[in-house]
Design a protein around this ligand. Structure first.
Ligand code: ZN
Ligand code: ZN
Length: 286
């Protein structure tokens, strides 16, 4: 909730006119509690999880030889009911794990100082904070994911996420509830270390979800703008991790490739990529 009653009060307090974005934020958030604003995150997670995989669902349903050129594992076909089954199971996990985690983590948000106040952060501030968040999350996710591949962790927790040896967009958050919580907490590391504005926090959570859905999409489109991001792993990179399955000791990182390169956990991938590509080419020709 903003400490101003009117736009004039806010402008007087800042000593300048509000920008267009700040005026919109004022009108939307001035009378809403910080807790209510934070809970928007749960709604965004649900809405974006539902909407973002839909283009991949349509692509999968419209499969043809042309589309198969971009399918990472073209032998695999998913029906509408297969994909909806995954969606429904994830929704249950959302209600049981993500919802309570989001709601009860509010004291942490308050403690670390995620602010809802004016002025809004500049574009550069948002950019640098998001960069810090993604690097911190990627690094911590690498080690947590690698840890989940030990015998106990895999058999009792991570096995669920690996039920999809050829992932689909809806399967990005398909995992044991304990994994959802542990990896969800990794998303908080960045905001804890570099706290920013609530809008930045919302944007971070949405971008993280977009990235996870893209890497689990099962499709590799050569025109994807994400391919221009240095060291970006992408769908083929993570698909390989699922393709190898439980025995996979390769490609643990969630976003970039450099952790796997530094710690030597993508040597197998780099060698097998050639074999993998040749197999794909042969399947496409059939
Ligand atoms: Zn794994
Ligand atoms: Zn995965």
């Amino acid at each position: 909730m903003l400490p101003y009653q009117t736009l004039q009060e806010a402008e007087f307090s800042l000593g300048r006119n509000l920008t267009f974005a700040e005026t919109l934020w004022f009108k939307y958030s001035a009378s809403k509690s910080d807790y209510f604003l934070y809970c928007h995150n749960t709604i965004f997670l649900f809405v974006f999880y539902t909407i973002l995989p839909l283009p991949f669902v349509f692509i999968e349903l419209l499969r043809s030889k042309n589309i198969d050129r971009f399918k990472i594992q073209p032998k695999i076909k998913n029906s509408f009911s297969d994909m909806m089954d995954c969606y429904k199971k994830v929704l249950v996990a959302f209600v049981c794990a993500v919802g309570p985690l989001q709601i009860f983590s509010f004291p942490v948000i308050q403690m670390i100082g995620i602010r809802t106040s004016l002025p809004l952060p500049s574009g550069w501030e948002v950019f640098w904070q998001l960069l810090a968040y993604v690097l911190l999350e990627d690094y911590s996710n690498y080690w947590l994911h690698r840890l989940l591949h030990n015998k106990w962790g895999y058999e009792n927790i991570h096995r669920v996420h690996h039920e999809y040896t050829a992932p689909i967009g809806f399967a990005a958050p398909y995992a044991h509830w304990a994994e959802i919580i542990v990896l969800g907490l990794a998303s908080f590391i960045g905001p804890v270390i570099v706290p920013g504005h609530m809008l930045t926090f919302w944007l971070w959570m949405i971008l993280r979800q977009m990235e996870a859905i893209e890497t689990h999409s099962g499709y590799d489109f050569p025109w994807s703008p994400l391919k221009f991001i240095p060291f970006y792993g992408g769908a083929v990179y993570h698909d390989y991790h699922h393709f190898v399955g439980g025995k996979s000791q390769s490609n643990f990182a969630s976003v970039f490739t450099y952790c796997d390169t530094i710690y030597g956990t993508n040597k197998g991938y780099r060698y097998q990529r050639e074999v993998f590509e040749k197999t794909r080419e042969k399947l496409k020709q059939k």
